[in-house]
Design a protein around this ligand. Structure first.
Ligand code: MG
Length: 400
């Protein structure tokens, strides 16, 4: 029997539910044996496609797809200059597909290769928002009735939606928000929610880096009495030294990390126990291979996982998250924003969600596929995103 080799690597771009998704398909010399991986960097989808098609494919065709670690390491250093979302997402597309192939070869779901289940399903958190507190409460109650126990609460999206009335003349267009008004509104919101909903439900909030560091410290202190499950991204990665100050001031649990690229960004936060949840976008790390290492290191330091899982993670990426969730002792919670139509049709084998829990199926590999013909009916829109053109009231461009 001739040795198993990678014969082709294809990049599939599709936007069935609006978000631009990037899925990589690794095809092998064994007829019918292939794997799928998520490489979704939705804001720069074409750059990822070039990185896969023009660099990884020529590097990897002819290699043994069973050598996942070797392929990850050689892909990572082959460019010499490494890291960053484009190259990491490209590597992830291949890496996750190789885990899918290995599971198919073994006749086992990927979670078995990662050590087997240590829970039956992953607890999910949903996103509730509203124009005001009353509308938010109604949306939270709707999720509670559907069986969800963890709910992220926002008013008016990231940074709030206070009308901006004090722009200077000539202020440039952008997605304006007022960080000070936002910082005042959030403790009021949780005061209201706890008074209406009681203590049983787990509540979360995402700051999305919208505050000055000292205001993030104050907010974390003010929210301590509302016993959040976690406060997400109160600081940008560039200001991670401030996490120590938050820790010294309060016991609000902190989640961090959808922007993490490189281990040097998160190792100090984990080893010094300055955060409580690692929240990486696993394709941004480079796939299952580095995410498993991050999860294990976090476990050894008493820190849990809460992998990034919004609509701009493909269902293939959600399946990869889920196989890590059910096999990692230190799983915390899994973000999920639904699989609206036609995603389940484009991605046969989408994980099932029932009564607040997401369940993997027991098919070999990741248990998910892509219908390429159908995916082609939903082309990705061109151009840069606009929601990231964020500005504060005097017109200063800031992090989104
Ligand atoms: Mg977030």
């Amino acid at each position: 029997m001739s040795p198993l080799t990678i014969t082709d690597i294809r990049t599939i771009l599709t936007a069935p539910a609006g978000s631009r998704l990037i899925v990589v398909k690794v095809i092998t010399s064994e007829p019918g044996l292939y794997g799928v991986g998520c490489a979704t960097f939705t804001q720069r989808h074409l750059a990822v496609k070039v990185a896969v098609d023009e660099y990884l494919k020529p590097l990897l065709v002819g290699r043994d797809p069973q050598r996942i670690e070797d392929i990850w390491q050689t892909s990572w250093v082959n460019s010499y200059w490494r890291n960053g979302p484009v190259l990491n997402n490209a590597i992830s597309g291949v890496d996750i597909a190789l885990w899918d192939i290995k599971g198919k070869l073994a006749g086992m779901p990927v979670y078995q290769l990662l050590g087997g289940k240590c829970r039956e399903a992953a607890a999910i958190y949903r996103h509730a928002d509203g124009r005001d507190e009353k509308e938010l409460e109604e949306n939270v109650r709707r999720y509670m009735e559907e069986g969800y126990h963890y709910i992220r609460c926002q008013i008016g999206g990231y940074g709030g939606r206070t009308p901006i009335t004090r722009k200077p003349e000539g202020a440039l267009p952008g997605a304006y928000f007022d960080p000070v008004a936002y910082a005042h509104a959030i403790p009021r919101m949780f005061e209201y929610l706890r008074s209406q909903l009681g203590d049983e439900i787990e509540l979360l909030h995402d700051v999305h880096e919208r505050l000055e560091p000292i205001h993030a410290v104050r907010l974390a202190k003010e929210l301590e009495r509302f016993r959040l499950f976690f406060l997400e991204d109160p600081l940008p990665p560039e200001q991670s030294e401030w996490f120590r100050i938050i820790r010294q001031q309060c016991a609000t649990p902190i989640a961090m990390g959808e922007l993490f690229n490189h281990p040097l960004e998160w190792i100090p936060l984990v080893t010094n126990r300055l955060i409580d949840f690692v929240r990486a976008h696993i394709s941004q790390l480079g796939g299952i291979t580095p995410a498993k290492k991050m999860a294990t290191m976090a476990e050894l330091h008493g820190i849990r996982t809460a992998w990034h899982g919004p609509g701009d993670v493909s269902p293939v990426g959600h399946a990869a998250n889920l196989h890590l969730d059910v096999s990692s002792q230190n799983f915390g919670v899994q973000e999920w924003s639904g699989f609206p139509d036609p995603l389940p049709e484009v991605f046969p084998g989408c994980p099932q969600v029932r009564n607040g829990y997401m369940y993997p199926n027991d098919q070999p590999g990741l248990g998910i596929d892509i219908n390429e013909k159908l995916a082609a009916k939903y082309p990705c829109p061109d151009g840069p995103p606009t929601w990231t053109l964020t500005r504060t009231p005097d017109g200063t461009p800031v992090r989104p």
